[in-house]
Design a protein around this ligand. Structure first.
Ligand code: ATP
Length: 326
């Protein structure tokens, strides 16, 4: 039976700005089940970072949680104390960033940093170092005992990202949030990291919330995908279903822009013409209509609901509304 780990329920998050409230997340609902890999995809500005910082409760001071809930193992994170959040971060929930240098301290050896992560453990220093070396080995760093004595700048970008993943997994988290961990790497390294993440997920049984601009990467790794546009979910479902039977025009355009397997990915991708609407001054109707080549009169006035089209496949587009099962 699938067990829910992370539940995002009708989440609405605003930023207070001089121009009024900027609606960064609107009515976001999705789950990550135990041991599952869920991808979040969308262009820059669609709200991916706001979503991650909301889950970790590391938001900018002008953030307002307007509505909705975030539950992790049934605990309501928006009501949790700062201390409870600190306990969760880096233990039950870990994160890997796009730039591994955000994780690494340049003036400390990798070994010292991996010791620091284990500060709560009662094990001896020798055991902690041996655990650190084992984790470096698990992410494919050769000669891990010697490498522990080196500084971050002595590793290549791909190796630094592997080390960041090793550090994130040291606490055996239930949820690993991977925030575009391969975007800064070339295609070959990207494939290696994706394959390694798949192996590690099987070994450590953690769930992964994988954030990416690229549907190709999501297709390689994830079980399910949530497509976000301008702060809202426009489509969600199993990766295979979304790829073979995309129902939202935005998802179709993303697939056209990011074809096939990441190994063959072109270095410069075509982009979708037009821009994400101003989230501080949202237009009425469907938020994608100005960029949609199938827009109808109704799209200008009525917001399409996120319809269930078949079990587990949802899309918010009037084109499919007649097929909705709920
Ligand atoms: N502290 C803030 N105050 C005001 N607006 C903000 C703030 N942080 C983000 N935004 C705006 O909120 C919207 C969503 O931003 P967010 O960073 O979550 O998107 P994103 O999908 O992660 O983009 P990227 O991939 O470029 O990081 C954008 O319009 C952004 O300009």
């Amino acid at each position: 039976m699938t067990e829910k780990l992370l539940e995002i329920d009708h989440l609405c998050v605003d930023y207070e700005t001089g121009r009024g409230d900027l609606k960064a997340l609107r009515d976001i609902t999705f789950n990550v089940n135990k041991g599952e890999i869920v991808g979040i995809v969308g262009e820059s500005g669609c709200g991916k970072s706001t979503l991650i910082s909301s889950i970790l409760r590391l938001t900018a001071p002008n953030t307002r949680f307007r509505e909705g809930e975030i539950r992790f193992k049934e605990q309501d994170l928006l009501q949790a104390s700062e201390r409870q959040m600190r306990d969760l971060r880096g233990s039950d929930i870990s994160i890997v960033f796009q730039d591994p240098m955000q994780t690494h301290n340049p003036v400390l050896t990798i070994g010292q940093q991996m010791l620091d992560i284990q500060h709560r453990s009662k094990q001896s220093k020798a055991d902690k170092l041996s655990h650190a070396a084992k984790m470096l080995g698990a992410v494919g760093i050769p000669d891990p005992d010697a490498r522990l004595k080196q500084y971050p700048h002595e590793f290549s970008g791909g190796m630094r990202q592997r080390i960041a993943i090793a550090m994130a997994l040291m606490s055996e988290p239930d949820l690993l949030i991977a925030d575009e961990p391969t975007t800064a790497l070339d295609a070959t390294l990207e494939v290696q990291i994706i394959e390694r993440l798949q192996e590690l997920q099987r070994e450590f049984h953690c769930a992964i919330l994988f954030i990416s601009h690229h549907l190709g990467v999501i297709a390689e790794l994830c079980d399910r995908v949530v497509v976000m546009y301008a702060g809202a979910v426009v489509e969600s479902g199993e990766v295979r279903e979304i790829f073979h039977n995309p129902k939202h025009p935005y998802t179709r355009r993303l697939i056209e822009c990011d074809p096939g397997h990441i190994k063959e990915r072109a270095r410069i991708l075509p982009t979708i013409p037009g821009e994400v609407p101003d989230l501080a001054n949202l237009p009425g109707g469907c938020i994608f209509r100005d960029r949609c080549d199938q827009a109808m009169a109704r799209c200008a006035t009525e917001v399409p609901p996120l319809d269930q089209l078949k079990e587990g496949h949802h899309a918010a587009c009037w084109l499919n509304h007649a097929e909705a099962t709920s």
